[in-house]
Write a protein that binds this ligand. Structure first.
Ligand code: NAP
Length: 249
């Protein structure tokens, strides 16, 4: 018996990194998945990589019409879903004195507004007793230079996991958060830092992490699987840190 036999899941930000690794694990555990992303090329490549039992939907989380279309596609494809992984996000590295209004609004829109309306628009498609998992970060419990907006956006998402748990209690839908530490994914290269700055930042991150390395997306996927499955049936409004000891030690 697989842990997600006959289950259906939507994974936002499923084109790379943590979302893609989670889609791979969910499929291996018997689920059918819908992955989303905003970049058509990466979306198609990911869908090809994942193969059978995968549907790819182009949906930018800052665009409410896209999220409504995604909900419609979920109804057409599965009728309803057991698991929603609210994972799409970006991280920008900017010292707080250099944060412009436009940069602030962009990061907040993707990470916070996007997460909020993903749950609001897809909630009618989630089965009673379903599971929602929201990706936060260990930085919502601590701090890092240049990550003030990112950390604040994710601290707000951590708060949403509590509020949504209360709002969805009558339907027995459990909402929890997964808080990764530094994980080896394309999110770092997307910060578009010069190579030498990136290498120095990576050294500092490894030095700051008690386990002395970046985590792998597969190590986050395993914890997401736990929260998605009945193994976590008595958990709601909680956040699991998977961060190599970053926030705790
Ligand atoms: N890697 C880490 O160290 C780390 C640590 C803590 C938390 N996290 C969080 O983990 C989540 C996944 O990140 P990752 O590390 O796996 O990075 P990633 O490989 O860059 O994946 C980010 C995903 O989010 C999607 N996305 C970004 N903006 C979007 C938008 N406007 N609309 C729809 N989809 C969008 C991307 O889709 P496209 O390919 O279409 O752009 C991609 O699928 C994020 O929420 C991130 O904040 C990561």
């Amino acid at each position: 018996m697989l842990r997600l036999d006959d289950k259906t899941a939507v994974i936002t930000g499923g084109t790379s990194g943590i979302g893609l690794a989670t889609a791979q694990l969910f499929l291996k555990e018997g689920a059918k998945v819908i992955i989303t992303g905003q970049n058509p090329t990466r979306l198609q490549e990911a869908a090809q990589k994942l193969g059978n039992n995968t549907t790819a939907v182009l949906a930018n989380v800052v665009n409410l019409a896209d999220l409504e279309q995604l909900a419609q596609k979920v109804k057409e494809t599965f009728g309803s879903i057991d698991v929603l992984f609210v994972n799409a996000g970006v991280a920008k590295a900017t010292p707080f004195k250099e944060v412009t209004e436009a940069k602030f609004d962009e990061e907040m829109a993707i990470n916070l507004k996007g997460a909020f309306f993903t749950v609001q628009k897809l909630e009618p498609t989630i089965k009673d007793g379903g599971s929602v998992i929201m990706t936060t970060t260990c930085l919502d419990q601590t701090a890092m230079m240049g990550e003030s907006v990112y950390s604040a956006s994710k601290a707000a998402v951590r708060s949403l996991a509590r509020s949504f748990s209360v709002e969805l209690l009558e339907r027995q839908i459990r909402v929890n958060a997964i808080a990764p530490g530094p994980i080896e994914t394309p999110i770092w290269s997307k910060m578009a830092m010069p190579q030498e700055v990136m290498e120095e930042a990576a050294k500092q991150v490894v030095g700051r992490t008690p386990l002395g390395r970046f985590g792998k997306p597969e190590e986050i996927a395993k914890a997401v699987l736990f929260l998605a499955s009945d193994d976590s049936s008595f958990m709601l409004g909680e956040e699991i840190l998977v961060d190599g000891g970053w926030a705790t030690l």
